[in-house]
Design a protein around this ligand. Sequence first.
Ligand code: FAD
Ligand code: NAI
Length: 466
Amino acid sequence: MEAFDVAVIGSGPGGYVAAIRCAQLGMKTALIEKYNTLGGTCLNVGCIPSKSLLDSSHHYEDAIKHFETHGIEIDGSVKVNLKKMIDRKASVVEQTTKGIDYLMDKNKITVLHGVGSFKDANTIHVEGEKAQDITAKNIIIATGSKPGNLPFISLDKERVITSTEALSLKEIPKHMLVIGGGVIGLELGQVYCRLGAEVSVIEYADRITPVMDAAVSKELTKVMKKQGVKFYTSHKVNTVNRKGDTVTVTATDKKEATVSFEGDYCLVAVGRCPYTAALQLENAGVQCNERGQVEVNDQLQTATPHIYAIGDVVRGAMLAHKAEEEGVMVAEIIAGQKPHIDYNLIPNVIYTWPEVASVGKTEEALKAEGVAYKSGQFPMRALGRARASMDTDGFVKILADAATDEVLGVHMVGARAADLIAEAVTAMEFRASAEDIARMSHSHPTYAEAVKEAALAATDARPLHI
Ligand code: FAD
Ligand code: NAI
């Protein structure tokens, strides 16, 4: 039986990054993955393929809606070749997952393909083409998550689908019903809306992206409505039925009336569930909570201290970069170091266009916590750069402590917000004040100037360009 210092189960962004950091720190490391390709949800059926389709569909939308205003005339029709778009996505995924194979080789990590399960707290059985047992002094569970569902919905994966199938459709839906106005519903809803589908988003809460700052939900609703997406908030879905090519969804609205929707596809995007099936955690003394998440302490240790768990399978945001940070943290803890993650400073991004990004506390959270704060906001339309590109939707909002001026939260909607949020994270990691950001030079003309202007507005209401 081969013995390792560390065995990692699951090769998503949590698992493969943990394996790399363990190897960098001199540990003999094994990475176990049940699928043939490495990279987990994120690389295979998550972040990378969804961004690939968002980018392709964005080019199409620009071509049919915006080129003409820029003085670009297309002689002939512009058509979508969905197969080609999906094939390009597949090749981006392939290149990216192959990149992980390269990283595993480079770091001399032993990759074992097969389903991992605990025989005891130090022995893992790997059931693959070749069945084998290995032992490890430390084990990291990084088995991620799977699409969630509602108890009364039967997912046939043809017309009643999850994000996984929505990333590989063979035709553009005529009318896509989306249950859930969260990240997946909005990103993939926007993809198919751009490609010509009618898209109706049915959301239980009274606003889309209910966990983000309310100003962000409001702006994104406004912009996406303008783009053609229909929203039905405060709608509780009760039934989903497929007959032939038609899917019917019924929901109760806030007046308790029953509303019925008919479409040819229904995307169920109501959250994801931690995935621990097949692990046989009981053989290792590892426990899960009532939500199915592996229970960990603040050092990410399970009830069996040399077994750790990271990423989507534990509490907290289900985000690739959160999983990566936890992977690095556990590797360093095993090596005897004392790393730390500030979970308040893990940014949250929605890759619609305009993009949405936020970090720190929302205005609603500050109110609920009774924190005295001030707010500065700057609209993208006031920027020269935004007018040049015609990306004038959105704003940057900075929330700062009323007494100390420390930045407590940054929320933005706008072109390239996904990249702009990095400045806010950096500033907050260094506990910057709004005035610190306001006094830093920002290149002109850029979208980043909106961050400076919002900071000026928060400092003492003195933005320069509105
Ligand atoms: P996963 O990536 O889920 O990886 C777990 C791996 O473990 C899988 O490969 C699985 O096969 C393997 N595994 C499970 N059980 C076993 C076993 N017993 N033996 C062997 N292997 C096993 N996040 C972002 O930050 N940005 C985005 O833009 C983004 N976009 C997304 C888009 C979509 C459509 C979806 C669905 C998710 C998206 N996410 C995004 C979320 C992101 O994909 C996850 O947060 C991230 O993949 C979690 O990483 P992980 O390592 O914890 O688990
Ligand atoms: P989500 O949690 O973002 O959104 C689910 C939505 O469904 C919520 O708004 C919720 O109120 C709603 N909902 C729940 N039950 C409902 C019901 N019965 N009827 C109507 N609406 C209902 O989950 P989603 O979109 O499925 O994504 C899962 C996870 O994947 C996200 O939490 C996120 O962590 C990750 N992800 C991240 C991305 C990114 O970082 N850009 C992109 C896509 C996914």
